[in-house]
Design a protein around this ligand. Structure first.
Ligand SMILES: *Cc1c(COP(=O)(O)O)cnc(C)c1O
Length: 407
């Protein structure tokens, strides 16, 4: 049971109902949200909370951003789904705008992040056999320890998180995992069968783990030198979160393949995509890959608006300015209930001193004070507010964290 004494009967009843009929694949905080606007959500009792999780960065533009809601509402009145058996009049414009944002020739639209990762894996393998000349079924992909790329059986097979992986085998072969942040280890793992290096430029789920400066540049150089594709999983780190369109931009690095998801759907729909040049993504032929819902007109309408919003640079600039503010404020908490802070743009991993409590306990105390965050890996809380947040709102939230740590 996830009931808490502070909850009244409506919320308790709803949570109890979920406990009866919902698979327990999550352990949510005991709050029942029924409305959202901008950076704020409201629970079934009318209590307001500042959302510092943003659905793991899927809500980079906040809840129900008016421009995104308008784009989707307009499209709802016209056409929602065709399947890719036919053309629709929205997908082309979305593809062109997204390819342009990425500086790539082609995109392949899917729905969830995990599907974008799978698409990247299939593309890399097809490229290895058809372009690089790797022997059939011999292609390998180098990944990093501590990775999070989604929940399919292939993806959890190369996770080193026992909770994600144990009990779900047998797994897909062809993956080699090396320490994250160690470019030499990638170099050493590559041989003539290597199709790709697949990494998160910043590891989100692992606790906002930022690799040493120069790592992404080194990975780029190693991939180029060995004729190996560099696949950047920007599903959580991308689309403005770190103060640039992509986390790879922080080192001026361009991967061969971008994987995008989460914020690409504007917090409204599941929209994901991969982007790459024609010499890579052009290997995929009709019938070899696809999705019933991928590239549907409703998703394309919201995705196009997201890309237009990002193309202004406004959200990236906000993430830079507010991110510096956030980092400075969080750094003040080190030694006062916080042991370490890792931050990039409006994204921070805050390690809680075990003497204060677990990450979960801090998240529950923040909930009671009207702030939503989520713990990860025991002692860490992740802070990822919508990029639309105001400095005063951020200050208030950090004040609540300070009070929680002092309790
Ligand atoms: C969330 C996430 C995924 C998986 O996305 P889903 O939409 O949940 O399938 C993949 N990679 C990274 C880095 C993520 O943060």
């Amino acid at each position: 049971m996830t009931t808490a004494p502070t909850l009244d009967t409506t919320a308790v009843r709803i949570i109890r109902g979920e406990d009866e009929h919902l698979a327990h694949n999550y352990h949510p905080l005991p709050v029942v949200v029924s409305q959202g606007e901008g950076v704020w959500v409201t629970d079934v009792e009318g209590k307001r909370y500042l959302d510092l999780l943003s659905a793991y960065s899927a809500l980079n533009f906040g809840h129900r951003h008016p421009a995104l809601v308008a784009a989707v509402t307009e499209q709802l009145g016209k056409l929602t789904l065709t399947s890719r058996a036919f053309h629709n009049d929205k997908l082309g414009a979305f593809a062109a705008a997204l390819a342009d944002l990425c500086g790539k020739d082609l995109v392949l639209p899917m729905n969830t992040g995990a599907e974008a990762v799978e698409t990247g894996i299939k593309t890399a393998r097809a490229w290895a056999y058809r372009v690089k000349g790797v022997a059939p079924d011999a292609a390998t992909i180098v990944v990093a320890n501590g990775n999070f790329h989604g929940r399919t059986t292939t993806i959890v097979g190369f996770s080193d998180d026992p909770t994600a992986r144990d009990g779900f085998g047998p797994f897909t072969p062809g993956f080699i995992s090396v320490p994250y942040g160690d470019a030499a280890a990638i170099d050493a793992a590559i041989d003539e069968n290597t199709a790709a290096v697949l990494i998160e430029p910043i590891q989100g789920e692992a606790g906002v783990i930022i690799p040493p400066e120069g790592y992404l540049k080194a990975v780029r150089e190693i991939c180029t030198r060995n004729n190996v594709l560099f696949i950047a999983d920007e599903i959580q780190s991308g689309l403005g979160r770190v103060g640039a369109t992509f986390a790879c931009d922080r080192e001026g690095v361009v991967p061969d393949v971008y994987l995008m998801g989460k914020a690409l759907g504007g917090g409204i729909l599941a929209v994901s995509a991969i982007a790459a040049n024609r010499d890579v993504l052009g290997v995929i032929q009709p019938g070899e890959h696809g999705s019933t819902f991928g590239g549907n007109p409703l998703a394309a309408a919201v995705g196009l608006k997201v890309v237009e919003m990002l193309a202004t640079g406004e959200y990236q600039e906000r993430a830079v300015a507010l991110g510096e503010h956030l980092k400075a404020k969080l750094d003040e908490l080190i030694g006062h209930g916080v042991t370490e802070v890792r931050a990039a743009g409006l994204w921070a991993g805050v390690d809680i001193d075990p003497a204060v409590g677990t990450g979960r306990e801090v998240a529950e105390r923040l909930l009671a004070r009207g702030v939503l965050v989520k713990d990860t890996h025991g002692q860490t809380i992740r802070i990822a507010p919508p990029l639309t947040i105001r400095a005063t709102e951020l200050d208030w939230a950090i004040e609540q964290l300070k009070l929680v740590l002092d309790d």
